[in-house]
Design a protein around this ligand. Structure first.
Ligand SMILES: Nc1nc2c(c(=O)[nH]1)N[C@H]1C(S)=C(S)[C@@H](COP(=O)(O)O)O[C@H]1N2
Ligand SMILES: [Mo]
Length: 242
């Protein structure tokens, strides 16, 4: 109980540690997690318990099966882009009538939305209730004159990372090109300056360091999809591996 977690490697544990949630929540229930080789008893959050009981507006449980909550995004790595808003460019292209390119200022000039959304990482953590600000992918489709036979969207990122998403799910109202979480810009490791967000699919579909949105007729499995992850990635169906 008194072993301090490696907070450099697991920054999302800082808050829980500060509050001594480890101790307080021990009465509620406990979870065990291997951290840096030592076994730590961590806040087996009442948050997870609540979220399991809660229902979304679509009737599904707030927390998908096999997930537990974290208070912060855990940095999951990836080959970083330069993180600089001044050099940011986003290509809207593919099977569209009028492809175009946006710089950061151009992105901010488009109609903005702010959505509360939960995200779910395939490794088992979820972060609930983040407030994400940005531009809807649906708006980009409309602006580019997406052709009627498009079926998928590819979210392209730095160094060739891609994620493929069915058009319907990429153009729901909470699927965004986003540059703010809870009012703050993304740290570089979380995709600065701009990342994709498709919260209702596993989080690997939300490309960090985004460089392009490509509307296509033919599906094209992306970075993780060709490495054994599920092509669709619905957290409620536990579509983790293909
Ligand atoms: N460009 C890019 N985007 C990416 C990844 C990546 O490796 N490269 N990893 C994905 C995975 S596997 C996850 S779980 C989330 C993690 O985002 P986070 O590091 O902000 O928590 O980003 C996704 N987006
Ligand atoms: Mo991931």
């Amino acid at each position: 109980m008194s072993t301090k977690p490696d907070l450099d490697r697991y920054p999302e544990l800082q808050k829980a540690w500060d509050r001594r949630n480890f101790i307080k929540s021990a009465a509620i229930g406990t979870a065990f997690m291997a951290v840096g080789g030592s076994l730590l008893r961590i806040a087996a959050d009442d948050l997870s318990k609540h979220a399991r009981a809660e229902k979304r507006t679509d009737g599904r449980p707030r927390l998908p099966p096999g997930q537990r909550t974290l208070e912060y995004l855990r940095p999951m790595g990836g080959e970083e882009g330069d993180g600089d808003a001044r050099t940011f460019k986003l290509k809207i292209h593919g099977n569209v009538k009028t492809p175009f390119e946006l710089d950061y200022a151009g992105l901010l000039k488009l109609p903005q939305v702010q959505k509360e959304a939960d995200v779910h990482c395939v490794t088992g953590w979820s972060m609930l209730g983040g407030l994400w600000k940005g531009v809807q992918i649906a708006l980009l489709a409309e602006k580019a004159g997406m052709k009627g036979d498009c079926k998928h969207v590819i979210l392209e990122a730095a160094h060739g990372y891609t994620a493929n998403i069915p058009l319907k799910e990429a153009t729901t109202d909470n699927a965004l090109i986003t540059y703010r979480l809870n009012g703050k810009p993304f740290a570089r490791q979380h995709g600065a300056p701009v990342r994709g967000l498709v919260p209702d699919l596993y989080f690997w579909k939300s490309s960090k360091w985004i460089t392009g949105v490509r509307f296509v007729k033919e599906d094209k499995p992306g970075y993780w999809e060709v490495r054994g992850y599920h092509n669709h990635a619905d957290p409620w169906k536990e579509e983790r591996y293909g």
